[in-house]
Design a binder for this molecule. Structure first.
Ligand code: FAD
Ligand code: NAP
Length: 341
């Protein structure tokens, strides 16, 4: 049984803390509510938008839409071998709470992904990643309601087509699947993954325990990133551009210190934060919105800002980076409702 709430306030449900309302908001208490919510949406002739924790969204003041959210949390072990466990998690489970719970169980592999805001159901959408680990590295399959076939389907990693901060849920068919459960394979043995300099240095050389890696990720992130509960933000505002090696070679002659990493063969990934910082934007403030002073890749709402002001600032940054480096920055968070131009 669903209970649509009309003209619902979304201000506390988005991490930028932009003032916003939805025509309807529905809490999904159980999987069978999804079909009811879809039917309600059709009856109202409105689009349906799934919200998780609202930490990767840019909201305009009014969403003429039915917004649904998963209220249900929980995880269960489906099977195990001597080496690993298969765990199924409800879409509404908080991601960081899952990372903590898995560490307590002694089921490893999510430690580098600690403190990423949001829900488990949203994690496959952009194949969340941090410190050299991506969701796809631990992912087995998910259950989703397919709005096209009107059935629940099980999708494998291959079908999700995961890529760098991307999947079918973000690019090929945004909005089609409502993810309700996600399954992961986690290891009983802990193997530290310390490829990222920031993490390695903070751990100071010794082979760390799982707990040490998790706590270090938490403290490094707390030292660099704004807490959305204190200052509105959606984490990295732009994706790191991946450019052909020839273009990178030219850039490197002009900017020898450019921060970059080898990507798939023939391509190099640029640290977008470095490009923005070196273009002079770090700490810049334009009215109520600005660029975070400890991490130039994060745009913030100092209070009272809105999507329009934020996107105007983002456009200026994009222009300046394109002029200086010849590189296009693409925003990572999703804007709702989708602008018509
Ligand atoms: P939302 O913002 O609510 O939704 C994001 C998108 O997913 C929307 O398009 C929504 O419609 C869709 N969606 C949500 N739930 C479902 C579902 N059940 N089924 C289908 N579609 C759904 N991201 C990283 O990858 N790595 C990081 O290290 C990282 N750090 C961050 C740090 C901060 C401080 C912040 C604010 C954000 C950070 N992010 C990071 C971005 C964000 O946390 C992730 O993208 C996260 O997965 C979003 O989860 P959410 O539940 O808040 O999703
Ligand atoms: P960082 O460690 O200072 O690194 C800066 C950039 O260089 C990152 O964007 C990272 O790319 C890249 N990088 C660093 N070491 C690398 C290596 N060994 N191999 C390949 N790429 C490397 O970054 P940070 O800002 O403190 O963030 C730490 C991690 O958390 C990063 O993985 C970042 O993506 C993630 N994070 C993501 C968000 C988000 O909203 N998406 C927000 C905050 C933090 P990658 O970004 O590709 O990893």
């Amino acid at each position: 049984m669903i209970h649509p709430q009309e003209n619902a306030d979304l201000t506390a449900l988005n991490s930028f803390a932009f003032e916003a309302r939805a025509q309807y908001l529905i809490d999904i208490e159980q999987e069978s509510d999804i079909a009811d919510a879809v039917a309600f949406t059709e009856q109202k002739q409105l689009p349906l938008i799934v919200f998780g924790g609202g930490s990767n969204l840019i909201l305009d003041p009014f969403l003429p839409a039915v917004v649904i959210r998963f209220a249900r949390e929980g995880y269960r072990k489906l099977s195990e071998t001597d080496a690993d466990v298969l765990v199924e998690v409800e879409a509404g489970h908080n991601w960081h709470q899952l990372v903590l719970a898995m560490a307590r169980e002694g089921w490893h592999g999510l430690e580098n992904l600690a403190l990423i805001p949001g829900t488990v159901g949203a994690a496959p959408v952009q194949n969340i990643g941090a410190y050299g680990v991506e969701l796809k590295d631990r992912f087995v399959s998910l259950t989703a309601f397919d709005q096209e076939s009107r059935h629940f389907v099980e999708l494998s990693a291959e079908q999700c087509n995961f890529a760098y901060r991307n999947s079918i849920f973000k690019s090929e068919c945004p909005g089609r699947y409502i993810i309700s459960r996600v399954r992961f394979r986690l290891s009983k043995e802990f193997v530290p993954l310390l490829g990222y300099g920031g993490l390695r240095q903070a751990l100071d050389g010794a082979r760390p325990t799982a707990e040490a890696v998790l706590q270090t990720v938490v403290s490094v992130r707390q030292s660099k990133l704004p807490d959305p509960a204190v200052i509105g933000n959606a984490g990295s505002f732009f994706e790191n551009p991946i450019i052909p090696d020839e273009q990178f070679a030219q850039l490197k002659t002009r900017f020898p210190d450019v921060v970059a990493f080898a990507d798939r063969p023939g391509y190099t990934k640029l640290a977008a934060g470095w490009l923005i910082d070196q273009a002079g934007w770090k700490g810049y403030r334009q009215g109520a919105v600005g660029v975070y002073d400890k991490q130039a890749l994060v745009l913030v709402n100092h209070g009272g800002g809105d999507a329009k002001a934020l996107m105007a600032l983002a456009a200026e940054i994009q222009r300046s980076v394109a002029e200086r480096y010849g590189v296009n920055l693409v925003p990572e968070p999703r804007r709702y409702p989708k602008p018509s131009v």
